[in-house]
Design a protein around this ligand. Structure first.
Ligand code: AMP
Ligand code: ZN
Length: 484
Protein backbone atom coordinates (compact mmCIF):
# COMPACT_ATOMS: atom_id res chain seq x y z
CA UNK A 1 0.00 0.00 0.00
CA UNK A 2 1.31 3.41 -0.93
CA UNK A 3 2.56 5.49 1.98
CA UNK A 4 1.68 9.16 1.87
CA UNK A 5 3.26 11.70 4.18
CA UNK A 6 2.89 15.40 4.76
CA UNK A 7 6.16 17.06 3.89
CA UNK A 8 6.74 20.35 5.72
CA UNK A 9 9.18 21.28 2.96
CA UNK A 10 6.48 21.39 0.27
CA UNK A 11 3.58 21.82 2.72
CA UNK A 12 1.76 19.01 0.92
CA UNK A 13 0.91 15.37 1.42
CA UNK A 14 3.14 13.42 -0.97
CA UNK A 15 3.78 9.83 -1.97
CA UNK A 16 6.73 8.55 0.01
CA UNK A 17 9.38 7.27 -2.39
CA UNK A 18 12.67 6.44 -0.67
CA UNK A 19 15.92 7.34 -2.33
CA UNK A 20 17.11 3.75 -1.94
CA UNK A 21 14.35 1.21 -1.19
CA UNK A 22 17.10 -1.13 0.04
CA UNK A 23 17.97 1.27 2.85
CA UNK A 24 15.33 3.66 4.12
CA UNK A 25 16.66 6.27 6.55
CA UNK A 26 14.93 8.31 9.22
CA UNK A 27 16.28 10.70 11.84
CA UNK A 28 14.23 12.01 14.75
CA UNK A 29 15.61 14.70 17.05
CA UNK A 30 15.98 13.14 20.47
CA UNK A 31 15.72 14.59 23.96
CA UNK A 32 18.15 16.82 25.80
CA UNK A 33 18.76 14.75 28.91
CA UNK A 34 18.90 16.93 32.01
CA UNK A 35 15.57 15.97 33.55
CA UNK A 36 12.65 13.59 33.04
CA UNK A 37 10.85 14.18 29.74
CA UNK A 38 7.27 15.42 29.71
CA UNK A 39 4.32 13.87 27.93
CA UNK A 40 4.66 16.37 25.05
CA UNK A 41 8.20 15.13 24.41
CA UNK A 42 6.82 11.60 24.19
CA UNK A 43 4.52 12.54 21.31
CA UNK A 44 7.15 12.57 18.52
CA UNK A 45 8.70 9.33 19.79
CA UNK A 46 5.34 7.55 19.88
CA UNK A 47 4.09 8.77 16.50
CA UNK A 48 7.38 8.57 14.60
CA UNK A 49 8.13 5.26 16.30
CA UNK A 50 4.86 4.05 14.80
CA UNK A 51 6.00 5.41 11.43
CA UNK A 52 9.21 3.37 11.79
CA UNK A 53 7.05 0.27 12.36
CA UNK A 54 5.07 1.05 9.24
CA UNK A 55 8.24 1.56 7.21
CA UNK A 56 9.64 -1.75 8.45
CA UNK A 57 6.49 -3.48 7.24
CA UNK A 58 7.08 -2.15 3.75
CA UNK A 59 10.86 -2.08 3.41
CA UNK A 60 13.37 -4.78 4.26
CA UNK A 61 15.97 -2.42 5.67
CA UNK A 62 15.13 0.69 7.66
CA UNK A 63 17.67 2.64 9.69
CA UNK A 64 16.03 4.80 12.31
CA UNK A 65 18.28 7.10 14.33
CA UNK A 66 17.08 8.97 17.40
CA UNK A 67 19.81 10.93 19.10
CA UNK A 68 20.54 11.88 22.68
CA UNK A 69 21.63 15.48 23.21
CA UNK A 70 24.05 15.11 26.11
CA UNK A 71 25.88 18.41 25.94
CA UNK A 72 23.86 21.59 26.35
CA UNK A 73 23.77 24.64 28.57
CA UNK A 74 20.71 23.36 30.45
CA UNK A 75 22.66 20.21 31.25
CA UNK A 76 25.59 22.33 32.45
CA UNK A 77 23.30 24.27 34.74
CA UNK A 78 21.76 21.08 36.18
CA UNK A 79 25.21 19.52 36.70
CA UNK A 80 26.58 22.66 38.35
CA UNK A 81 23.56 22.84 40.67
CA UNK A 82 24.09 19.21 41.71
CA UNK A 83 27.88 19.61 41.87
CA UNK A 84 28.50 16.62 39.57
CA UNK A 85 30.03 16.11 36.10
CA UNK A 86 27.56 16.43 33.23
CA UNK A 87 27.79 12.69 32.49
CA UNK A 88 26.26 11.94 35.90
CA UNK A 89 23.18 13.90 34.87
CA UNK A 90 23.02 12.77 31.26
CA UNK A 91 23.64 9.05 31.97
CA UNK A 92 20.90 9.04 34.53
CA UNK A 93 18.26 10.81 32.47
CA UNK A 94 19.15 9.01 29.24
CA UNK A 95 18.61 5.71 31.10
CA UNK A 96 15.31 6.98 32.53
CA UNK A 97 14.25 8.15 29.09
CA UNK A 98 14.94 4.70 27.59
CA UNK A 99 13.07 3.00 30.41
CA UNK A 100 10.07 5.34 30.10
CA UNK A 101 9.98 4.85 26.32
CA UNK A 102 10.06 1.07 26.72
CA UNK A 103 7.29 1.28 29.30
CA UNK A 104 5.24 3.35 26.85
CA UNK A 105 5.71 0.68 24.17
CA UNK A 106 8.01 2.81 21.99
CA UNK A 107 10.40 0.60 20.00
CA UNK A 108 14.08 1.41 20.47
CA UNK A 109 15.66 3.11 17.44
CA UNK A 110 18.31 1.26 15.43
CA UNK A 111 20.91 3.84 16.39
CA UNK A 112 20.97 6.14 19.39
CA UNK A 113 23.88 8.50 18.76
CA UNK A 114 25.11 10.70 21.60
CA UNK A 115 26.40 14.17 20.79
CA UNK A 116 29.46 13.84 23.05
CA UNK A 117 30.53 10.74 21.10
CA UNK A 118 30.60 12.71 17.84
CA UNK A 119 32.84 15.65 18.70
CA UNK A 120 35.44 14.81 15.98
CA UNK A 121 32.69 14.63 13.36
CA UNK A 122 31.24 17.94 14.58
CA UNK A 123 34.65 19.63 14.42
CA UNK A 124 35.24 18.18 10.95
CA UNK A 125 31.90 19.52 9.76
CA UNK A 126 32.72 22.98 11.11
CA UNK A 127 36.06 22.86 9.28
CA UNK A 128 34.38 21.86 6.02
CA UNK A 129 31.88 24.71 6.38
CA UNK A 130 34.68 27.20 7.00
CA UNK A 131 36.64 25.88 4.01
CA UNK A 132 33.56 26.19 1.80
CA UNK A 133 32.96 29.80 2.82
CA UNK A 134 29.79 28.99 4.81
CA UNK A 135 31.17 29.58 8.29
CA UNK A 136 33.78 31.71 10.01
CA UNK A 137 35.57 31.72 13.32
CA UNK A 138 35.56 34.70 15.63
CA UNK A 139 36.67 35.01 19.26
CA UNK A 140 36.71 31.26 19.86
CA UNK A 141 33.34 30.79 18.18
CA UNK A 142 32.49 29.28 14.85
CA UNK A 143 29.44 30.85 13.24
CA UNK A 144 27.37 29.81 10.29
CA UNK A 145 27.26 32.56 7.69
CA UNK A 146 23.56 32.73 6.85
CA UNK A 147 24.15 35.05 3.88
CA UNK A 148 26.14 32.25 2.21
CA UNK A 149 23.04 30.05 1.88
CA UNK A 150 20.31 31.73 -0.19
CA UNK A 151 17.79 28.97 0.60
CA UNK A 152 17.93 29.84 4.30
CA UNK A 153 14.33 30.17 5.55
CA UNK A 154 12.76 27.91 2.90
CA UNK A 155 11.84 25.08 5.24
CA UNK A 156 10.16 27.26 7.84
CA UNK A 157 8.92 29.75 5.26
CA UNK A 158 10.17 32.74 7.18
CA UNK A 159 11.67 36.02 6.10
CA UNK A 160 15.06 37.01 7.46
CA UNK A 161 13.51 39.57 9.83
CA UNK A 162 11.07 37.05 11.23
CA UNK A 163 13.89 34.59 11.66
CA UNK A 164 16.02 37.00 13.60
CA UNK A 165 13.10 37.90 15.84
CA UNK A 166 11.99 34.27 16.21
CA UNK A 167 15.39 32.85 17.00
CA UNK A 168 16.09 35.56 19.55
CA UNK A 169 19.66 35.13 18.39
CA UNK A 170 22.24 37.00 20.30
CA UNK A 171 23.41 40.15 18.60
CA UNK A 172 27.10 39.77 19.28
CA UNK A 173 29.91 42.01 18.06
CA UNK A 174 31.76 39.06 16.51
CA UNK A 175 28.84 38.21 14.21
CA UNK A 176 28.79 39.35 10.59
CA UNK A 177 25.02 39.19 10.54
CA UNK A 178 22.64 38.98 13.53
CA UNK A 179 21.03 35.83 12.04
CA UNK A 180 24.35 33.93 11.99
CA UNK A 181 24.17 31.07 14.45
CA UNK A 182 26.72 29.29 16.57
CA UNK A 183 28.32 26.01 15.46
CA UNK A 184 31.00 25.96 18.12
CA UNK A 185 31.49 28.08 21.23
CA UNK A 186 34.31 28.54 23.74
CA UNK A 187 34.12 26.93 27.18
CA UNK A 188 35.45 28.47 30.37
CA UNK A 189 37.58 26.06 32.47
CA UNK A 190 34.67 24.96 34.70
CA UNK A 191 32.46 24.09 31.70
CA UNK A 192 32.71 20.87 29.68
CA UNK A 193 34.87 21.35 26.62
CA UNK A 194 36.98 19.66 23.95
CA UNK A 195 40.12 20.84 22.20
CA UNK A 196 39.48 22.24 18.76
CA UNK A 197 41.23 24.40 16.16
CA UNK A 198 39.40 27.36 17.78
CA UNK A 199 40.45 26.58 21.33
CA UNK A 200 38.73 24.56 24.01
CA UNK A 201 35.00 24.65 23.47
CA UNK A 202 31.77 22.78 22.89
CA UNK A 203 29.33 22.36 20.02
CA UNK A 204 26.16 24.33 19.44
CA UNK A 205 22.97 22.29 19.42
CA UNK A 206 22.06 22.40 15.71
CA UNK A 207 25.37 21.07 14.38
CA UNK A 208 25.08 17.97 16.57
CA UNK A 209 22.11 16.62 14.62
CA UNK A 210 23.71 17.40 11.25
CA UNK A 211 26.90 15.57 12.23
CA UNK A 212 25.15 12.56 13.81
CA UNK A 213 22.73 12.21 10.91
CA UNK A 214 25.62 12.24 8.43
CA UNK A 215 27.65 9.76 10.50
CA UNK A 216 24.89 7.16 10.73
CA UNK A 217 22.57 7.72 7.82
CA UNK A 218 24.63 9.43 5.13
CA UNK A 219 24.51 12.81 3.43
CA UNK A 220 20.94 12.62 2.14
CA UNK A 221 18.30 11.02 4.34
CA UNK A 222 14.73 10.10 3.55
CA UNK A 223 12.84 11.36 6.59
CA UNK A 224 13.67 13.87 9.29
CA UNK A 225 11.14 14.42 12.04
CA UNK A 226 10.49 16.24 15.30
CA UNK A 227 8.04 18.58 16.96
CA UNK A 228 6.96 21.68 15.04
CA UNK A 229 8.63 23.84 17.68
CA UNK A 230 11.90 22.65 16.12
CA UNK A 231 11.02 23.82 12.60
CA UNK A 232 12.74 27.09 13.32
CA UNK A 233 15.53 27.59 14.13
CA UNK A 234 16.72 24.03 14.76
CA UNK A 235 15.65 22.32 11.54
CA UNK A 236 16.23 25.36 9.38
CA UNK A 237 19.78 25.45 10.71
CA UNK A 238 20.29 21.72 10.21
CA UNK A 239 19.29 22.15 6.54
CA UNK A 240 21.73 25.04 6.13
CA UNK A 241 24.66 23.21 7.76
CA UNK A 242 24.15 19.85 6.09
CA UNK A 243 23.38 21.18 2.62
CA UNK A 244 26.42 23.45 2.68
CA UNK A 245 28.69 20.76 4.14
CA UNK A 246 27.61 18.37 1.40
CA UNK A 247 28.18 20.55 -1.64
CA UNK A 248 24.51 21.47 -2.05
CA UNK A 249 23.07 17.94 -1.83
CA UNK A 250 19.55 17.68 -0.44
CA UNK A 251 19.73 16.95 3.29
CA UNK A 252 16.33 15.47 4.21
CA UNK A 253 13.76 14.65 1.53
CA UNK A 254 10.67 14.51 3.75
CA UNK A 255 10.30 16.68 6.82
CA UNK A 256 7.64 15.61 9.32
CA UNK A 257 6.49 17.71 12.25
CA UNK A 258 4.14 16.86 15.07
CA UNK A 259 1.85 19.45 16.66
CA UNK A 260 2.29 20.60 20.23
CA UNK A 261 0.65 19.05 23.24
CA UNK A 262 -1.02 21.46 25.66
CA UNK A 263 -2.51 20.79 29.09
CA UNK A 264 -6.10 21.80 29.87
CA UNK A 265 -5.89 24.33 27.04
CA UNK A 266 -2.62 25.91 28.14
CA UNK A 267 0.90 25.63 26.93
CA UNK A 268 2.96 23.38 29.19
CA UNK A 269 5.53 25.44 31.00
CA UNK A 270 7.57 25.51 34.15
CA UNK A 271 6.21 28.92 35.11
CA UNK A 272 2.61 27.67 34.93
CA UNK A 273 3.61 24.59 36.91
CA UNK A 274 1.59 22.36 34.57
CA UNK A 275 4.35 20.16 33.22
CA UNK A 276 3.09 16.59 32.94
CA UNK A 277 6.11 14.43 33.61
CA UNK A 278 5.93 11.15 31.70
CA UNK A 279 7.67 9.19 34.45
CA UNK A 280 4.97 10.28 36.93
CA UNK A 281 2.09 9.66 34.53
CA UNK A 282 3.39 6.13 34.01
CA UNK A 283 3.09 5.53 37.73
CA UNK A 284 -0.54 6.64 37.77
CA UNK A 285 -1.95 5.30 34.53
CA UNK A 286 -1.67 2.20 32.37
CA UNK A 287 0.88 2.89 29.60
CA UNK A 288 -1.68 1.90 26.97
CA UNK A 289 -3.94 4.69 28.14
CA UNK A 290 -1.14 7.23 27.63
CA UNK A 291 -0.34 5.75 24.22
CA UNK A 292 -4.00 5.90 23.26
CA UNK A 293 -4.13 9.56 24.26
CA UNK A 294 -1.09 10.34 22.10
CA UNK A 295 -2.50 8.48 19.10
CA UNK A 296 -6.06 9.68 19.21
CA UNK A 297 -5.29 13.03 17.60
CA UNK A 298 -3.67 13.25 14.20
CA UNK A 299 0.04 13.88 14.76
CA UNK A 300 0.04 17.21 12.93
CA UNK A 301 -2.82 18.61 15.01
CA UNK A 302 -2.42 20.16 18.43
CA UNK A 303 -3.35 17.78 21.24
CA UNK A 304 -4.88 18.96 24.48
CA UNK A 305 -4.21 16.77 27.50
CA UNK A 306 -7.04 17.02 29.99
CA UNK A 307 -8.64 15.00 32.76
CA UNK A 308 -11.82 14.79 30.68
CA UNK A 309 -9.95 13.52 27.60
CA UNK A 310 -8.10 10.99 29.73
CA UNK A 311 -11.36 9.74 31.16
CA UNK A 312 -12.93 9.52 27.72
CA UNK A 313 -9.90 7.59 26.42
CA UNK A 314 -10.11 5.20 29.35
CA UNK A 315 -13.74 4.54 28.61
CA UNK A 316 -13.03 3.79 24.98
CA UNK A 317 -10.26 1.37 25.97
CA UNK A 318 -12.55 -0.14 28.60
CA UNK A 319 -15.09 -0.70 25.82
CA UNK A 320 -12.54 -2.50 23.65
CA UNK A 321 -11.35 -4.58 26.59
CA UNK A 322 -14.95 -5.41 27.47
CA UNK A 323 -15.33 -6.94 24.01
CA UNK A 324 -12.13 -8.92 24.51
CA UNK A 325 -13.29 -10.07 27.94
CA UNK A 326 -16.67 -11.14 26.58
CA UNK A 327 -14.93 -13.02 23.78
CA UNK A 328 -12.26 -14.54 26.03
CA UNK A 329 -13.29 -18.05 24.98
CA UNK A 330 -12.91 -17.28 21.26
CA UNK A 331 -9.49 -18.38 19.99
CA UNK A 332 -7.47 -15.75 18.13
CA UNK A 333 -4.95 -16.48 15.42
CA UNK A 334 -1.58 -14.82 15.94
CA UNK A 335 0.04 -13.07 13.00
CA UNK A 336 -3.21 -12.39 11.13
CA UNK A 337 -2.86 -9.91 8.27
CA UNK A 338 -3.54 -6.33 9.26
CA UNK A 339 -6.97 -5.28 8.00
CA UNK A 340 -6.91 -3.34 4.75
CA UNK A 341 -8.82 -0.33 6.10
CA UNK A 342 -6.49 -0.15 9.09
CA UNK A 343 -3.42 0.00 6.85
CA UNK A 344 -5.20 2.45 4.56
CA UNK A 345 -5.64 4.79 7.54
CA UNK A 346 -2.04 4.55 8.71
CA UNK A 347 -0.52 4.91 5.26
CA UNK A 348 -2.63 8.05 4.77
CA UNK A 349 -0.16 10.35 6.55
CA UNK A 350 -0.37 8.30 9.73
CA UNK A 351 -4.08 8.84 10.31
CA UNK A 352 -4.16 7.33 13.80
CA UNK A 353 -7.63 8.71 14.75
CA UNK A 354 -9.03 6.74 11.81
CA UNK A 355 -6.94 3.68 12.71
CA UNK A 356 -8.43 3.82 16.22
CA UNK A 357 -11.92 4.13 14.74
CA UNK A 358 -11.15 0.94 12.80
CA UNK A 359 -10.35 -0.77 16.12
CA UNK A 360 -13.81 0.14 17.39
CA UNK A 361 -15.41 -1.14 14.20
CA UNK A 362 -13.49 -4.42 14.49
CA UNK A 363 -14.69 -4.76 18.07
CA UNK A 364 -18.27 -4.23 16.89
CA UNK A 365 -17.80 -6.79 14.14
CA UNK A 366 -16.41 -9.29 16.64
CA UNK A 367 -19.42 -8.78 18.90
CA UNK A 368 -21.94 -9.10 16.10
CA UNK A 369 -20.28 -11.92 14.18
CA UNK A 370 -22.84 -14.56 13.24
CA UNK A 371 -20.65 -17.63 13.45
CA UNK A 372 -17.56 -18.83 15.26
CA UNK A 373 -15.33 -18.42 12.21
CA UNK A 374 -16.29 -14.76 11.67
CA UNK A 375 -15.94 -14.09 15.38
CA UNK A 376 -12.49 -15.57 15.44
CA UNK A 377 -11.42 -13.57 12.40
CA UNK A 378 -12.70 -10.29 13.79
CA UNK A 379 -11.07 -10.89 17.18
CA UNK A 380 -7.76 -11.79 15.51
CA UNK A 381 -7.92 -8.66 13.37
CA UNK A 382 -8.71 -6.54 16.42
CA UNK A 383 -5.79 -7.94 18.40
CA UNK A 384 -3.41 -7.68 15.43
CA UNK A 385 -4.30 -4.05 14.68
CA UNK A 386 -4.20 -3.23 18.40
CA UNK A 387 -0.74 -4.77 18.72
CA UNK A 388 0.53 -2.73 15.79
CA UNK A 389 -0.52 0.43 17.65
CA UNK A 390 0.85 -0.91 20.93
CA UNK A 391 -2.67 -1.36 22.36
CA UNK A 392 -4.87 -4.22 23.64
CA UNK A 393 -1.80 -6.18 24.73
CA UNK A 394 -3.04 -6.88 28.24
CA UNK A 395 -5.18 -9.72 29.48
CA UNK A 396 -8.68 -8.16 29.80
CA UNK A 397 -9.09 -9.32 33.41
CA UNK A 398 -5.80 -7.70 34.32
CA UNK A 399 -6.82 -4.53 32.50
CA UNK A 400 -10.00 -4.21 34.55
CA UNK A 401 -8.29 -5.06 37.82
CA UNK A 402 -5.66 -2.45 37.10
CA UNK A 403 -7.92 0.31 35.92
CA UNK A 404 -11.01 -0.13 38.06
CA UNK A 405 -9.45 2.10 40.67
CA UNK A 406 -7.95 4.50 38.15
CA UNK A 407 -10.84 6.86 37.82
CA UNK A 408 -10.08 10.40 36.74
CA UNK A 409 -8.98 12.24 39.90
CA UNK A 410 -11.00 15.39 39.14
CA UNK A 411 -14.17 13.42 38.48
CA UNK A 412 -13.61 11.45 41.67
CA UNK A 413 -13.15 14.57 43.73
CA UNK A 414 -16.35 16.06 42.34
CA UNK A 415 -18.22 12.88 43.30
CA UNK A 416 -16.63 12.75 46.76
CA UNK A 417 -17.72 16.32 47.43
CA UNK A 418 -21.33 15.07 47.32
CA UNK A 419 -21.05 12.13 49.71
CA UNK A 420 -19.97 11.18 53.22
CA UNK A 421 -16.53 9.97 54.31
CA UNK A 422 -17.45 6.27 54.42
CA UNK A 423 -18.00 6.19 50.64
CA UNK A 424 -14.56 7.66 50.04
CA UNK A 425 -13.00 4.48 51.38
CA UNK A 426 -14.47 2.48 48.51
CA UNK A 427 -12.86 1.73 45.17
CA UNK A 428 -13.83 0.58 41.71
CA UNK A 429 -17.26 -0.98 41.27
CA UNK A 430 -17.98 -0.84 45.02
CA UNK A 431 -17.60 2.89 44.89
CA UNK A 432 -19.94 3.15 41.89
CA UNK A 433 -22.51 0.97 43.72
CA UNK A 434 -22.25 3.28 46.72
CA UNK A 435 -22.72 6.43 44.62
CA UNK A 436 -25.73 4.91 42.85
CA UNK A 437 -27.28 3.95 46.22
CA UNK A 438 -26.65 7.46 47.51
CA UNK A 439 -28.49 8.91 44.51
CA UNK A 440 -31.40 6.52 45.11
CA UNK A 441 -31.66 7.67 48.71
CA UNK A 442 -31.61 11.32 47.63
CA UNK A 443 -34.49 10.61 45.25
CA UNK A 444 -36.46 8.85 47.97
CA UNK A 445 -36.20 11.84 50.28
CA UNK A 446 -37.17 14.05 47.29
CA UNK A 447 -33.79 15.80 47.19
CA UNK A 448 -33.87 15.85 43.40
CA UNK A 449 -31.14 18.46 43.09
CA UNK A 450 -28.73 16.18 44.92
CA UNK A 451 -29.90 13.17 42.92
CA UNK A 452 -29.20 15.04 39.68
CA UNK A 453 -25.78 16.11 40.90
CA UNK A 454 -24.93 12.52 41.70
CA UNK A 455 -26.13 11.35 38.30
CA UNK A 456 -23.91 13.98 36.64
CA UNK A 457 -20.97 12.98 38.84
CA UNK A 458 -21.45 9.36 37.87
CA UNK A 459 -21.63 10.29 34.22
CA UNK A 460 -18.33 12.05 34.66
CA UNK A 461 -16.91 8.83 36.00
CA UNK A 462 -18.09 7.10 32.85
CA UNK A 463 -21.13 5.50 34.41
CA UNK A 464 -24.69 5.74 33.14
CA UNK A 465 -27.52 5.10 35.60
CA UNK A 466 -30.84 3.78 34.34
CA UNK A 467 -33.93 3.69 36.49
CA UNK A 468 -35.87 0.48 36.00
CA UNK A 469 -38.99 -0.87 37.77
CA UNK A 470 -36.59 -3.11 39.70
CA UNK A 471 -34.55 -0.14 40.85
CA UNK A 472 -31.51 1.66 39.45
CA UNK A 473 -29.01 -0.14 37.25
CA UNK A 474 -25.70 1.17 36.06
CA UNK A 475 -23.33 0.42 33.25
CA UNK A 476 -20.07 1.76 31.97
CA UNK A 477 -20.65 3.92 28.93
CA UNK A 478 -18.00 3.49 26.28
CA UNK A 479 -18.80 6.90 24.85
CA UNK A 480 -20.70 8.69 27.55
CA UNK A 481 -20.69 12.46 27.27
CA UNK A 482 -18.24 14.11 29.55
CA UNK A 483 -19.57 17.03 31.52
CA UNK A 484 -17.39 20.11 31.37
P1 AMP B 1 13.54 18.77 23.51
O1 AMP B 1 14.21 17.81 24.46
O2 AMP B 1 12.98 19.99 24.13
O3 AMP B 1 14.40 19.06 22.30
O4 AMP B 1 12.24 18.02 22.95
C1 AMP B 1 12.25 16.70 22.46
C2 AMP B 1 11.15 16.54 21.44
O5 AMP B 1 9.87 16.84 22.00
C3 AMP B 1 11.28 17.47 20.23
O6 AMP B 1 10.96 16.74 19.05
C4 AMP B 1 10.26 18.54 20.48
O7 AMP B 1 9.81 19.12 19.29
C5 AMP B 1 9.16 17.76 21.16
N1 AMP B 1 8.28 18.58 22.02
C6 AMP B 1 8.65 19.46 22.97
N2 AMP B 1 7.58 20.00 23.59
C7 AMP B 1 6.48 19.43 23.02
C8 AMP B 1 5.06 19.56 23.22
N3 AMP B 1 4.54 20.36 24.16
N4 AMP B 1 4.25 18.82 22.44
C9 AMP B 1 4.74 17.99 21.50
N5 AMP B 1 6.06 17.83 21.25
C10 AMP B 1 6.93 18.53 21.99
ZN1 ZN C 1 17.86 17.83 15.78
Amino acid sequence: MKLRLHNSLTRRVEDFVPLDPQRVTMYVCGPTVYNYVHIGNARPYVVFGLLARLLRRQYAHVVYARNITDVDDKINTAAAAAGVPIATITDRYAADFRADMAHLGVDAPDVEPHATQHIPQIIAMCERLIAGGHAYSAEGHVLFDVASFPAYGELSGRSTDEMIAGARVEVAPYKKNPADFVLWKPSTPELPGWDSPWGRGRPGWHIECSAMSEAHLGETIDIHAGGNDLLFPHHENEVAQSTCAHGGKVFARYWLHNGMLSVEGRKMSKSLGNTMVLHELLQKHPPELLRYMLLKAHYRQPLDWSAAALEQARRTLDGLYTTLRDLAAVPAAAGADLPEEFLAALTDDLNTPEALAVLSRLADAARKAGDAQAQQEAKSALLGAGAFLGLLQIDPETWFQGTATILAPEALQAAFALVGAELRELQGDDLIDGLVAERQQAKQRKDFAKADQLRAALLNLGVVVEDTPQGPRWKRASAAPVAA
